[in-house]
Design a protein around this ligand. Sequence first.
Ligand SMILES: Cc1cc2nc3c(=O)[nH]c(=O)nc-3n(C[C@H](O)[C@H](O)[C@H](O)COP(=O)(O)O)c2cc1C
Length: 280
Amino acid sequence: MFTYIINMSWRLFSMHDTLVFMNTVLKTLLSRRSLRLFSDKDISPEDREILLKAALAAPTAGNLMSYTIINVTGQQIKNRLVKTCDNQPMIAKAPMVLVFLADMQRLYDYFDYSDVPGLCKKMDTAYAVPKGGDLLLAANDAIIAAQNVVIAAESLGLGSCYIGDIIENIEEHRKIFSLPPWTFPVSMLILGYPKHKKPEKAVSRFPKDFIVHENSYHRFSHSDFQRMFRETEEQFRDRPYREPAENLGQHIYLRKFSSDFMKEMRRSFRKGLETWNNGR
Ligand SMILES: Cc1cc2nc3c(=O)[nH]c(=O)nc-3n(C[C@H](O)[C@H](O)[C@H](O)COP(=O)(O)O)c2cc1C
């Protein structure tokens, strides 16, 4: 019977489709969608543990786990995050909220504990401190751990949504979470069970050749862009662009790139980088 099903599926679908059909990890990856409306059902302590276990199993540079996860359980903090993360009420309703920090503070505190300053003195070298490169690497660690949670959640029938606005209002986030200088909020996830059935149609993506280049980077022509944004433009057939935009590019510029939240994100990042670079 099993062989029959495989043979039939080979005939009906391409080899690739069959692989996706048979492989539950690929099925989970390809059917995932962001979830913003949660049911009242809570996440069991066991499932919460599994999600965190999946995070900690993620690849990590130098096996140093240069990130910290803040598990936000206080309702008042969630309510505050609604405001500090660009007024997104779904944050307060999410049963699980995780903030992912790039974290070099823990390692640096360990260096102090291990008398690395003494070692540097003995070697007559300067005691190096974390800089931008360390932040980027630690941010990689944090975001990769977050994505493991996304996929683990999906596999358990839960849904999730990233909240990029955690990069905003860094002064307030430092206060809320008592963050020391060599930590940086880089990602946030809200998780829970879906209130409604998942829509059949996945969110559209740009065609692969715009995203995957072979061997070297290349830039695109005007006609390429027409093809790249064709599907997105379709979605605007009965929706107006933001005034006074006359085309999709202008709309994206006004709605996203030069929006108030992006201005705040850039300001907040500059401020956070200043603190990181000065170590205070
Ligand atoms: C870094 C990042 C930040 C995001 N921030 C937000 C956010 O603040 N609010 C929100 O509703 N969705 C946010 N999203 C979700 C995206 O809007 C979503 O992934 C995108 O529209 C594609 O839809 P899909 O995830 O369902 O495929 C974010 C996603 C990423 C990866």
